[in-house]
Design a protein around this ligand. Structure first.
Ligand SMILES: Nc1ncnc2c1ncn2[C@@H]1O[C@H](COP(=O)(O)OP(=O)(O)OP(=O)(O)O)[C@@H](O)[C@H]1O
Ligand SMILES: [Mg+2]
Length: 139
């Protein structure tokens, strides 16, 4: 199943993600792919909104992962700085793929695609002009 949406602002991208978040189940993984600045973190902020997470979602680049508590726990991973799947295993983060409870959103999921479980929801973001993004959601 594939859905393609063009959003015209970060707010629209967050609203799209918030709508998706409402349909997520425990163990779901949202794999985010797209060049720098296309809105992967913005999309995760929208997931957090949909899960009624009050905290502000920040880029987890330095910690590799953060967990936010909401309707469901949201585990946010960023593989940008991860050099090998082993590195993820060493810090115990492979347990979040898939999580037992809650959902996991992974930025730069295409860096280690074999880490992403079958059945993940793939989200591809592309620049589509000033303030616009073409977002493909594939399950
Ligand atoms: N339609 C849109 N959807 C999402 N973000 C948008 C849109 N239009 C403009 N933006 C802006 O683009 C930027 C996206 O930044 P964001 O950190 O979410 O991207 P990213 O893909 O996570 O980047 P990185 O590769 O560094 O992790 C934000 O400043 C946001 O306001
Ligand atoms: Mg980001």
């Amino acid at each position: 199943m594939e859905r393609i949406v063009i959003t015209a602002s970060a707010e629209e991208t967050m609203a799209l993600a918030a709508e998706l978040a409402r349909r997520l189940r425990d163990g779901d993984v949202v794999a985010l792919v797209g060049p720098l600045g296309t809105g992967k973190t913005t999309f995760v902020k929208g997931l957090a909104r949909g899960l009624l997470i009050p905290e502000e979602v920040l880029s987890p680049s330095f910690l590799l992962a953060r967990t936010y508590r909401g309707l469901k726990d949201l585990h946010h991973l960023d593989l940008y700085r991860v050099r090998s799947p082993r590195e993820l295993a060493e810090v115990g983060l492979d347990a979040l793929l898939p999580p037992e409870a809650g959902v996991t959103a992974v930025e730069w999921a295409d860096r280690f695609p074999h880490l992403i479980p079958r059945g993940a929801i793939w989200v591809f973001l592309e620049h589509a002009g000033e303030g616009r993004r073409r977002i493909t959601i594939r399950r």
